[in-house]
Design a protein around this ligand. Structure first.
Ligand SMILES: [Zn+2]
Length: 574
């Protein structure tokens, strides 16, 4: 997730994560949006280092922030531009240690501009310091909105988390709020009242304690912009080392709430098999030199890089694994290692991230579990907007299901991947996946770095790996709102089959049909085909459920469920 807006979770989410009204200043349109086109000055720089100090005071619900940002100019620039919620009060702006006069910087809409004392040539560096303070925007339904959740642990201590996927990193620190705004490194210094613990991104760099406050130091390379998160609470720590098949040793760390040790041990025992699965199926854990980190949070979950948020309350499932932990962990590959170049490519995170659940239970348990999870996902496909719009999108534009694909970037994309795997076979499917994730088919720790990719990149890689053009496949599944329909007409001793697609796009997708006691492969060249059928023979289309297609019974089920939910809501109001 970057957010996981899982339907599996949404029933639960509506019940236990009900929105709470918070009296706070509104966000500007610029701050509320994430992934707006970058300013030319933001595109002209390499964001080398974000050195971020956060002092978090739960008693006052207050954040004092001090950000030192190093930019390398790739083109000549005369100012620096960063995004920061203007509801913070800024009391100091410096360039290279010298204060910038009040008239030389401004932040009217949440896109802050700072004039440089003299223009920077290509190859030049500037250190921008911004000291700011205020009450961070409060989330009302985390993790689906941001930024901060002030909760209380069951044992009475403050329990604090941030979630900024929706509105972006600018709710928390001055950043470039775009998927491609990743700094090369982020150092964090998180100051909290003793004895609270702040579990951060990347590698632990120690803790200082002074005058009743603790400062926890962390350092992370190539973090996703919204991966930078505050997680503060009365945490205890479970730790172990994982010996990877690639020869390296990966630190495993789980910060759980005091009092939850027995349950936490159960979840911690799932870390190693999940690593086994991902490393065997996809490739090396991308941040093995830092850690596999998980922290217990007061919200459901979020894929914060090397410090995944876990809030599934150790719920047991019939599959015998924690789907929330596994989903967020999948994003270390699909989200944090492979990052969408634009929000329009978000299915690369959520579709793959969601397909990793059935794939994991197939590996862990077997076919019944694999198909059962896929069926649950199938029932959640809305099929109202294309998964990919073909133009630059904001986060909200993608997630708002009234105007964008919403949950279809999870479920429809996951079922599309299941279909692709069946069509091109495991070898080609996993090779195309691996190359898209790592940029190489032979990833080893140290020979790859986090990378950006687009939908077009994945399609091109699939075509290259298979030596065929699967443009027709992706056109129908990703770029059409409607799923393809498989029409079957019985005519004498023939069963005629035809694919019907939105806009009459070509769709030569082979299918199987059971006729009587035989299963027949139908090539569907040109989008049509037929099989012989004797009088009295029954038939089943696609008896092994290999191909994602429109199913009228699912539409009926969804309509009925929605009507019943509406009626129940109306009854509650009366
Ligand atoms: Zn997700």
């Amino acid at each position: 997730m970057k957010l996981c807006r899982h339907l599996l979770a949404s029933a639960l989410a509506i019940a236990s994560f009900a929105a709470q009204a918070v009296d706070q200043p509104p966000l500007t349109a610029t701050t509320r949006a994430s992934g707006l086109p970058r300013a030319p000055e933001q595109e002209a720089v390499t964001f080398e280092l974000a050195d971020l100090s956060f002092k978090v005071d739960p008693a006052r619900k207050w954040l004092d922030g001090d950000a030192r940002l190093t930019f390398l100019a790739n083109k000549p620039i005369s100012r620096l531009v960063v995004d920061l919620d203007r509801n913070y009060k800024i009391d100091l702006v410096e360039i290279d240690g010298i204060a910038v006069a009040a008239g030389a910087w401004g932040n009217p809409e949440g896109r802050m501009s700072v004039d440089l004392p003299k223009s920077l040539a290509a190859g030049g560096r500037a250190l921008l310091r911004i000291r700011y303070a205020g009450s961070p925007h409060e989330a009302t339904r985390a993790p689906w909105d941001g930024a901060i959740t002030w909760a209380t642990a069951p044992t009475g201590e403050p329990w604090i988390a941030t979630t900024v996927e929706g509105e972006g990193c600018d709710l928390l620190w001055p950043c470039i709020d775009h998927p491609q705004g990743e700094p090369l490194r982020v150092d964090e210094h998180i100051t909290v009242p003793a004895p609270l613990v702040a579990a951060g991104n990347g590698i632990a760099r120690g803790m200082d304690e002074k005058d009743g406050w603790r400062t926890w130091h962390w350092s992370a390379r190539n973090p996703d912009t919204y991966a930078i998160a505050l997680n503060i609470g009365p945490y205890e720590l479970l730790q172990a080392d994982y010996k990877s098949r690639y020869g390296n040793v990966i630190p495993l760390r789980f910060w759980y709430l005091k009092g939850n040790q027995a349950k936490a041990r159960g979840l911690f025992a799932e870390f190693a098999p999940m690593l086994d699965f991902f490393e065997e199926t996809i490739g090396p854990y991308p941040f093995g030199d830092e850690k596999m980190g998980v922290v217990e949070t007061p919200h459901l979950g979020m894929e914060h890089q090397t410090i995944n948020a876990y809030g599934n309350d150790y719920r047991k499932a019939e599959y015998g694994y924690d789907w929330l932990l596994q989903h967020e962990f999948a994003h270390e590959w699909f989200g944090n290692q492979l990052t969408n170049a634009d929000w329009d490519d978000m299915w690369l995170h959520e579709g793959f991230g969601t397909y990793m659940q059935p794939l994991y239970v197939q590996w862990l348990r077997g076919q019944m579990e694999y198909m059962a999870v896929l069926m649950k996902q199938r029932a959640g496909i809305a099929d109202a907007h294309p998964v990919v719009a073909g133009r630059s999108m904001t986060e909200e534009g993608v997630y708002d299901d009234a105007h964008g694909p919403g949950n279809d970037i999870y479920y429809k994309a996951s079922l599309m991947l299941h279909t692709l795997r069946g069509l091109i076979g495991d070898d080609a499917f996993f090779r195309a996946t691996r190359e898209t994730v790592y940029g190489t088919d032979t990833p080893r720790p140290g020979n790859f770095k986090p990378r950006y990719a687009t939908t077009a990149d994945f399609i091109a890689t699939t075509n290259r790996v298979t030596g065929k053009d699967y443009g027709w496949f992706f056109d129908v599944y990703l770029r059409s709102a409607k799923l393809p329909q498989l029409l079957a007409t019985r005519s004498g001793d023939r069963l005629q089959l035809r694919w019907k697609t939105q806009g009459e796009k070509p769709f030569p997708m082979p299918v199987q049909v059971r006729v009587g006691d035989r299963v027949v492969d139908v090539a569907m060249t040109g989008g049509a085909g037929e099989v012989g059928i004797a009088d009295g023979d029954s038939y089943t289309l696609d008896p092994q459920s290999r191909v994602l297609r429109e199913l009228p019974q699912i539409a009926d089920f969804q309509r009925d469920t929605a009507e019943r939910a509406k009626a129940a809501a109306a009854a509650r109001k009366r």
